[in-house]
Design a protein around this ligand. Structure first.
Ligand code: NAP
Length: 362
């Protein structure tokens, strides 16, 4: 690729998830939120996950926006999900699931919850769905709230409102979700009937000091056959490219890969797995600006006769790889959209890569 192009931008995100590294993490019923998200989004490599959703209580470990995304898949009305580009098999499986209660458990307190207010508010608006926050866990906020900066203050007001309505509202809703704080998972325990299957999760109760969670020595257990680890993503390196394995990203200065002329990065692999779409856009603008500066200062040479995609295609032909080009992508896009429209949804994605090859005659 370096022979074909003057500048290359690596923008491939973070594709693996962090592990808790606690006993029982391999039990059946313990899934990573990443693979679940990939499954319902129809990523071919995750299409065979086939999670067992046959239980009433789901525990999600972590309180970031991915945790909220996963919760919403179980709590949203099926008619709403049906209109999205969710894969057909996932919709079918979720529609048959018995899940009634979704517990989102965080190791620190409400002030440190990683989700954003818009996403939390979406949860509170779900029809036939009741949110619970235990009063004892958020009561201390009433004292603190005045001193908080405005965005945090609004988030804490929302949490207190949820806690208040948790007491008042006695209506029997179809589904429930809860945010629960100060609990770190210690161990996944097998069910009594099946030693391979998750039966409960043991948590340590925590207290905070300088924003860090420390165990109090007390523990609690939650019974469940289904848990999702949603504690963040990690980037992986590419052979031959500098990589900071400690932080899981490509070392760079404003998007320019350290000590590598003509190589750039953008997005999560540049900055780590944080931030919403707008953050990633701004990050892309910064990398583009760096490339322009390097062109203007002749740090990279764009006048040479490098062949770009044609050059790359020639090299790929030599190793018998047929690349997908933009026309191919457009064809896939067109078919997915057509099939989706016929079903009243935004798109129906291909989940079998062989079908894509057949369509493109590869
Ligand atoms: P995240 O926002 O970093 O949240 C990770 C969560 O896991 C935090 O609650 C964190 O708690 C917890 N955690 C980490 N290590 C843990 C451990 N060992 N034990 C227990 N809990 C642990 O990650 P994410 O939810 O995967 O989201 C990644 C990024 O994508 C975020 O910036 C998010 O906003 C973004 N995103 C945005 C949207 C959207 O805009 N709608 C949707 C999805 C994702 P601590 O704070 O205590 O570490």
């Amino acid at each position: 690729m370096r022979k074909a192009y003057s500048a290359l931008v690596f923008s491939y995100g973070c594709q693996i998830d962090k592990l808790l590294n606690i006993p029982g993490e391999n039990l059946k019923g313990v899934y990573s939120a990443r693979e679940f998200v990939e499954w319902y989004n129809g990523l071919p490599s995750a299409s065979t996950l086939n999670p067992n959703l046959d239980c009433e209580d789901v525990v999600i470990l972590g309180q970031g926006n991915v945790a909220i995304d996963v919760a919403r898949m179980f709590l949203s009305p099926l008619d709403e999900l049906r209109k999205t580009d969710i894969s057909e098999y996932a919709l079918d499986k979720i529609s048959k699931s018995r899940v009634k209660r979704v517990h989102l458990v965080g190791r620190r307190g409400p002030l440190q919850a990683a989700c954003t207010i818009a996403e939390l508010r979406e949860l509170t608006k779900l029809p036939n769905c009741f949110g619970i926050i235990t009063h004892q866990e958020v009561e201390f906020l009433r004292e603190k709230i005045k001193e908080l900066p405005r965005p945090k203050k609004r988030m804490m007001e929302l949490m207190l409102k949820i806690a208040d309505s948790s007491i008042d509202n006695k209506i029997d809703f179809q589904k429930q979700w809860s945010l629960s704080f100060f609990k770190s998972p210690l161990e996944f325990l097998p069910s009594e009937e099946n030693p391979d299957q998750l039966g409960k999760i043991r948590f340590s109760l925590n207290k905070l000091k300088d924003n860090i969670a420390y165990p109090t020595g007390e523990t609690v257990e939650l019974s469940t056959n289904l848990a999702f680890r949603s504690i963040g993503y990690r980037g992986v390196g590419i052979p031959g490219l500098p990589f900071d394995s400690e932080r899981g990203l490509i070392p760079n200065k404003n998007g320019s890969v350290i000590n590598e002329r003509g190589l750039y990065c953008s997005g999560w692999i540049k900055r780590g797995p944080t931030g919403v779409i707008a953050t990633t856009m701004n990050d892309g603008f910064e990398t583009a600006k760096t490339i322009l500066e390097d062109i203007n200062s002749s740090r990279i040479d764009i006048t040479s006769d490098q062949l770009g995609f044609d050059g790359l295609a020639n090299s790929l032909k030599d190793i018998k790889v047929k690349p997908l080009n933009y026309q191919d992508w457009s064809k896939i896009d067109m078919i997915e959209t057509q099939v989706g429209t016929a079903k009243g949804k935004s798109r129906e994605k291909f989940v079998d890569i062989q079908e894509v090859f057949k369509l493109l005659d590869h």
